[in-house]
Write a protein of this length. Structure first.
Length: 572
């Protein structure tokens, strides 16, 4: 286990990684973190300041950490006058201790701690030892926390045996060992998540420990996966971690006590790690190629259209889900707002543009083959419609899907079916006759979703054609949508059992009015949807994330406000 952490620490980066993990490790070890890394104001050599646990005599020392990446060679020690370790120590002694450190702490012993994920090279060891001997004085000493020491702290501290039992350590190690097989790696890490989070009657302190354990383990998985250039498992694991830990932290989010705020802060760090993994996987591996025709499709490396189809819709859903998180970050409590003022944050605008390029250059995204892909489509339509000027792109996408779906259905091609297992989809359509086609489309959440969005986005002619097609060809199909029920709060975030309710026989008309009226009546204030903790606590993207991760249709209560705004002209 220690070797696993040792390799992780050697690979971790300085900014945003090692200095992000260290405060949580210190907190769990009993230190009081006084300041965390920040961007903007100069820190004068101190990345993290912390107050140690009391010793046997009750005294506490002030630890001032200066954090560096990897090994310390002659260059890292004194090669760059602005970023060198020696210059950081000089600034701590000359400025931080005398000027910035609070007066109330200056009587404490001060420890300047050199913290790095690797080791000190022999070529510079004597230089550092001599410098430390020269600078230390009564009340001011030095410590070195290298990768080996940090790995020991991780194993014996935050992951000590009575908190991470041998079976969980086994799942963790297997998750890392099987990173080249993402499904197996994810399965082992999900077992770790389930076992860590499946606790009852916890205290805020215990919840902090669980979140920090999970955070550190996910960091290790991410760094190893980044080195292996296969980030699928940590991405899926980060989604699952956010969902399972929400069940633990929801009461703390609603509380204002100091300990509950620490729990909420730990959850925020876990979310930030999820976004970092998203950026490494989608931002660096996918987005740079969305401008090139078929580039992302070819990158799937498969001759099977089913492989390409499933993977491309997965990518589309992940991109759009990040867009919902961005809008939530910008707009806070307002659920599903539409930007009509023409102003859109550059990051949101750029993501929307990249999604449009992805669809335009990979036309297979106009041809869903399974009804479960309605979730990815719904998330995409929702994000583009909420992004103000990009609502026209949502219209074009809805029209493109409608046209391609009708063509595939009428020609017995790969039309959307009720099937979702790979083996069946690979053979779909198995027969080119009406009997098979009727059986394969006996229920659908995609057709009613598309009909409502077409009518609401202003595509009246296409909505008329689509409604006529549904009336003539899909009379046998139960057009339905899914909505949370009273038992959904217990099961939505963990997928522990079937839950929710089906809204069946949704009418599809050219103006969409009947369907919207029915949904509005079903989505009133008494709807169980509004009893979900993620909705009550104004974290609505978590509901969308749960639906996308567990392949549930996006509930109409989530996107109906956007539909109503579009229909009233407020979103145009």
């Amino acid at each position: 286990m220690k070797l696993v952490f040792r390799q992780y620490l050697a690979s971790i980066r300085e900014r945003g990684e090692l200095d992000a993990v260290l405060p949580d490790l210190l907190s769990e070890l009993g230190y009081t973190v006084l300041s965390r890394p920040s961007q903007g104001p100069r820190q004068y050599g101190v990345d993290i300041a912390a107050l140690s646990p009391p010793d046997s005599s009750g005294k506490q020392s002030v630890y001032l950490f200066t954090v560096k990446q990897g090994d310390i060679s002659r260059y890292e020690w004194d090669g760059d006058s602005r970023q060198s370790l020696r210059e950081s120590i000089n600034e701590i002694i000359d400025v931080y201790i005398t000027t910035i450190l609070p007066d109330s702490l200056r009587d404490n012993d001060i420890v300047i701690c050199l913290c790095f994920g690797g080791e000190i090279k022999q070529s510079v060891r004597l230089n550092i030892t001599g410098f430390e001997s020269q600078m230390q004085r009564p009340g001011l000493t030095f410590e070195e926390w290298n990768g080996d020491h940090l790995a020991s702290l991780l194993v014996n501290g935050i992951l000590r045996e009575h908190l991470l039992e041998p079976q969980l350590r086994s799942h963790f190690q297997k998750a890392i060992a099987m990173l080249d097989e993402p499904d197996i790696s994810y399965e082992h890490f999900s077992s770790l998540i389930h076992r860590l989070c499946n606790v009852e009657d916890t205290t805020p302190k215990k919840r902090c420990t669980i979140l920090r354990q999970l955070y550190i383990c996910l960091w290790v998985l991410f760094v190893w996966a980044r080195d292996a250039e296969n980030l699928e498992a940590p991405y899926r694991a980060s989604e699952l971690a956010l969902l399972h830990t929400w069940r633990l932290v929801k009461d703390d989010v609603a509380s204002s006590t100091s300990m509950s705020e620490k729990v909420s802060e730990c959850y925020a760090h876990l979310a930030e790690l999820h976004f970092m993994i998203w950026n490494e996987l989608l931002g660096r591996k996918i987005i740079p190629f969305v401008n090139f025709k078929h580039a992302v499709s070819v990158a799937v490396h498969s001759i099977s259209t089913v492989d390409i189809n499933l993977k491309l819709f997965e990518v589309l859903g992940r991109l759009s889900m990040r867009g919902l998180w961005m809008l939530w970050e910008l707009n806070g409590a307002e659920r599903c707002p539409i930007r009509k003022d023409g102003f859109l944050h550059p990051r949101v605008d750029e993501l929307a543009r990249n999604i449009v390029h992805l669809i335009r250059n990979n036309p297979i995204l106009l041809s869903p083959i399974s009804d479960i892909q309605s979730t990815d489509i719904a998330v995409t339509l929702l994000f583009l419609s909420m992004a103000g000027d990009w609502s026209k792109a949502a219209s074009n996408y809805a029209v493109g899907i409608s046209q391609r779906m009708r063509f595939c259905y009428l020609t017995h091609s790969q039309y959307p079916s009720i099937h979702h297992d790979y083996y069946t989809l690979a053979r779909h359509p198995r027969e080119n006759d009406d009997a098979y086609r009727i059986a394969a489309t006996k229920g659908s959440t995609l057709f009613p979703l598309l009909g409502i969005w077409l009518a609401s986005l202003g595509e009246h002619e296409e909505a008329r054609i689509f409604a006529e097609f549904v009336k003539v060809e899909l009379g046998h199909c139960n057009l339905q949508l899914w909505s949370p029920d009273v038992d959904s709060e217990e099961h939505l975030y963990t997928d522990s059992a079937s839950h929710g309710t089906a809204l069946s026989h949704i009418p599809i008309t050219d103006d969409g009015e009947k369907a919207v009226q029915i949904l509005s009546a079903e989505s009133g204030e008494t709807s169980p949807f509004f009893g979900l903790s993620a909705i009550k606590l104004e974290h609505w993207p978590i509901v969308a994330l749960a639906c996308r991760h567990y392949r549930l249709p996006l509930p109409p209560e989530l996107w109906l406000p956007v539909i109503q705004a579009l229909r009233s002209g407020k979103g145009g």
